[in-house]
Every structure is written in structure tokens, then in C-alpha cells.
Design a protein around this ligand. Structure first.
Ligand code: FES
Length: 226
């Protein structure tokens, strides 16, 4: 019997047994429905996109978006770094002197006694000259064809210079006799140094222009008595 004011429950009906639905896992179809709802989109996704694949129930494959983003960021940084490096190099290059380093035009070639009669080609590669000794003098020919500036070849067997470009021919003293060359090859300034060696200056050339007096006998165009 219930005592007034006690804490006894007023509902005498037995507690209903728990519903079987509350303890059993939801059917798989319900789970799938939940997943589909989680990826529901508004509108029609573009064909070929991950959203379209998801809305069609297809799982995506390949690298995740995070990997792709990381690669894109790395590519962007590589591009930016390369651009800035090139820009800074060009910037600093602007302040460097633009000097053209050319071989010295004044140089020594040794003693006159070192050159025998005829043409000596040992300085052709280094200084673009030939040293020529005739019976009465030593002079230096500047090895440049007077047609268009090629370097002729010395042909000892034919005792002549032959230009490979257009066929001009010069005798052993550089006097033109065939081909399109308009005049003999130039001769460089020569003088003796205090130590007795020959000094050559290829910035001072002696010419024999066509139809004009020759400069080949001017002082400095040759050495004599050596
Ligand atoms: S450059 Fe020598 S013949 Fe033309």
C-alpha cells in the first residue's frame, strides 16, 4: 500500500521491454542511404568531376586532393624561384663591365736569327701572322685575305698562300696574283726591342691599296740587316 508523501513511483505498470529496433544495427540499406545523403549536391555536377562521380555512386581513385594540391604548390614554387633567380642574375649582370678581352696587339716573337728564309707559320694560330724573311729584309704579314677577311692557307709545295673561301692566291710575300682579292695582304709594324727580339704591332698595318703607292717600304714595315 502506498504511503502518502513517499517517493514510490506512481506508475504501477511494468516497464515496457526495449524495442528490438533500438538494440539491433540498422539495415545496410539505411546506412547507404545516409552516405548518399551526405554527398548530395545541388544542381547537376560537371561530367568527369569528382562530384559527378560521387553523385553517381562511384568512389574516386588515384592520388588524393591533398597530394595533388601539394604537387601543384611545389610546381608553383619551383617556377617562382626559377623566375626570381633569372631576374636577379640579369639584374646583377647589368652592373658588370662589358669588356671585350682581345689578345694583345703588341707582342714579341723572338730573335731575327730564329727565322729562316721564306715563310714561318708558327704564330698563325696565336697571333694570326706569318713571319717572312726575304734576302734583304724581315717582315710580318697579317694573315687576313683582302677580299672578305678569311685566313688563307700557306701551301709550301706551291710556294703560295691560297684563300679557302673564294680562291684568292698570293705569292710567298703576300702579293695577290689570282682570285678576287683586290690587293696584297697587309703587313704589321715591326721593330727591335732593347733585348734584340722582334716586337710586332698588329694594330699598325701597312697596305698597298690597288692603284696607289705601296706602304711596304715605309719605316716600321720591315727590319733590315738582321
Ligand atoms: S675571302 Fe679570301 S678569297 Fe674571298
Amino acid at each position: 500500500m502506498a504511503v502518502p508523501g513517499s517517493d514510490q513511483p506512481k506508475n504501477d505498470q511494468p516497464n515496457p521491454s526495449p524495442s528490438p529496433d533500438a538494440t539491433q544495427p540498422a539495415p545496410q540499406s539505411a546506412v547507404d542511404a545516409t552516405k548518399v545523403d551526405a554527398t548530395k549536391y545541388v544542381g547537376t555536377p560537371a561530367v568527369g568531376t569528382s562530384k559527378a562521380a560521387a553523385s553517381a555512386g562511384l568512389s574516386s581513385s588515384g592520388p588524393s586532393n591533398t597530394d595533388i594540391d601539394r604537387r601543384r604548390r611545389r610546381l608553383v614554387w619551383v617556377g617562382v624561384t626559377a623566375f626570381l633567380t633569372a631576374w636577379f642574375l640579369a639584374f646583377f649582370r647589368f652592373f658588370l663591365p662589358r669588356t671585350l678581352f682581345e689578345p694583345n696587339s703588341v707582342f714579341k716573337i723572338g730573335y731575327p736569327s730564329e727565322f729562316a728564309l721564306g715563310v714561318d707559320t708558327k704564330f698563325q694560330q696565336k697571333y694570326r701572322i706569318w713571319v717572312d724573311r726575304s734576302p734583304d729584309r724581315v717582315f710580318v704579314i697579317y694573315a687576313r685575305c683582302t677580299h672578305l677577311g678569311c685566313t688563307p692557307d700557306w701551301k709550301p709545295s706551291e710556294n703560295k698562300f691560297k684563300c679557302p673561301c673564294h680562291g684568292s692566291g698570293y705569292d710567298s710575300e703576300g702579293i695577290n696574283f689570282e682570285g678576287p682579292a683586290p690587293r696584297p695582304m697587309d703587313r704589321a709594324h715591326v721593330e727591335l726591342a732593347p733585348d734584340g727580339q722582334i716586337i710586332v704591332d698588329t694594330s699598325r698595318l701597312y697596305q698597298w691599296p690597288k692603284g696607289q703607292p705601296s706602304k711596304f717600304n715605309d719605316p716600321g714595315a720591315f727590319l733590315t740587316g738582321v
